[in-house]
Design a protein around this ligand. Sequence first.
Ligand code: AMP
Length: 253
Amino acid sequence: MARVLVGVKRVIDYAVKVRVKPEKNGVVTQGVKHSMNPFDEIAVEEAVKLKEKKLATEVIAVSVGPTQSQEVIRTALAMGADRGVHVEVSAAEYELLQPLHVSKILAKLALDEKADLVILGKQAIDDDANQTAQMTAAVLDWPQGTFCNKIEKTDAGLTIVREVDGGLETIKTKTPAVLSADLRLNTPRYATLPNIMKAKKKPLKKVTPKDLGVDTTPRIEIVSVEDPPVRQAGAAVADVDALVAKLKAGGHV
Ligand code: AMP
């Protein structure tokens, strides 16, 4: 195994309360704290660990997004990635960018960079698509190991433990392959101050989807975005009989 490509998406920070735009065509992103998608921190950690175990020679962090996406690439570099690729799209284009576009971009970069492994997060917490790893594998015609809980290098390739409904599934695959990181794969390290300083000097290349021959014209139109329904206030009841009567009246039992 030699080169690992990791996808790092800039998303609204998980702790921010997301607000729908008055036009109801998206969410407010301006002036809102953004960070690296949490599952991508796990993907970067795994790639850096492979390098520390001398199972990988180079880790390349890729982010598709507006100029500010370079911040999450720098975070990946501070965590131990060797270099970054920023695939620049405008803020307006980013709002309409879909997993298939990102998959085509990542697939092209994987081939150009001669990557042996692509590690992505299982899901971006903004669009909740859970599609990019699967589609990247399809575009490349490489095997995929999604929802990874454990990744082990063997002579024949990789042994992967996957998180599936109600249990774990173990699979074997040859490389090159595309993997997606689940929550329990590892605990990502914090970027230390010296490493943040060092990361500023690591190489970061900028390209556009056009340079890679990828058309990012949207294939779907967002019709409306709604806030979740406001939770109704609770009510206190005197005893169990009153509770049962209320549930029956509301058609709940
Ligand atoms: P999704 O399919 O949108 O839920 O995203 C799954 C994973 O694909 C994310 O956790 C990232 O690793 C990767 N990914 C998605 N969008 C981007 C992007 N714009 N830039 C870099 N990586 C991305």
